[in-house]
Write a protein that binds this ligand. Sequence first.
Ligand SMILES: [Cu+2]
Length: 353
Amino acid sequence: MTREIFISGEHQRRDGDAEPAPRRSSGAVRVGVPLSAVPLIVSCNGIQSALDPAGEEARQVATLFWVMTVGGLAIWAGVIALALYASRWKRGAITTEAAGRLIVWGGVVFPVTVLTALLAYALWLMPSLRPFGDQTQAGLRVEIVGSQFWWRVVYHRPDGSSIVSANEVRLPLGRRVEFSLTSSDMIHSFWIPALGGKMDLIPGRTNRLSLQPTKSGTYRGQCAEFCGRSHALMAFPVVVMQPGDFESWLAARASASPGVVESRSAETLFLRHGCGDCHRVDGTQARGTSGPDLSHVGSRLTIGASLMTNDAETMARFIAHSQSLKPGSLMPTYLDMPSADLDAISAWLKGLQ
Ligand SMILES: [Cu+2]
């Protein structure tokens, strides 16, 4: 990649030149090496970076990371300086007593002090990374169930009502949210790097995680425990919204989409092709639960757990080719579905806002 960037840069420059300068290979090396550092630097910020925090927990994890990194670098520099001193400038052997003192101070006292200080700092951070009980005051509880290779997302409101969704998590800015995490098949791991640490989803067990977003925006979460062939394609968008917007978004999801009433024929096709055995669509006969809830699928940002952007065309592509797009997933392919049926169903699903 580095090379391609360099070469296209060189071409652009050359096109404007009246007299192209002769190509110098040393230029490629000089430009290419700093360029190879670009991905490293770029990956420090963005929608899926633990070093570009948008949440209280992520901020603390990032601070811990920088303290450890800078501390480690300082010690490394000290050791290299000592090694250089010993190999280059020190003349003659040191006495046995001096060697003993060096081992006791440099090899025992120093590492014990530094490591104890770092451990104490990390332990001191820990309670605030896992705030529960009195500290939580979480108004909202979000239940996440990991399944091959998608996420069931259920919002439990303080008044006891719940809203079922999938493959997308929306959160109110500044509010503490409690996640309860479990799995329906194997071990997955729930991780939104920009918001905080990761937590496993384990069948038969419910783990808890508490997060507080501090910056609005759209981030990316990812399954962080290898769970099968499409593990890398098991991701989800995370949208942090203003609390008011979040409440109205949630309220709109509490009832059937207006799109449902409009197209009875597409709904019939959906049921006739057996989609309703695995998928639920609010306000219809489709009551399946082994696949993602599709009640408001049209309003989700992505299709197939962050696999593709969401429009009628990608929807149709996913339905017809789910196995080649997402190998090993439990969504059957519908290669033989008449294209009129496929288009009608996709347009109807996209209309479920
Ligand atoms: Cu997974």
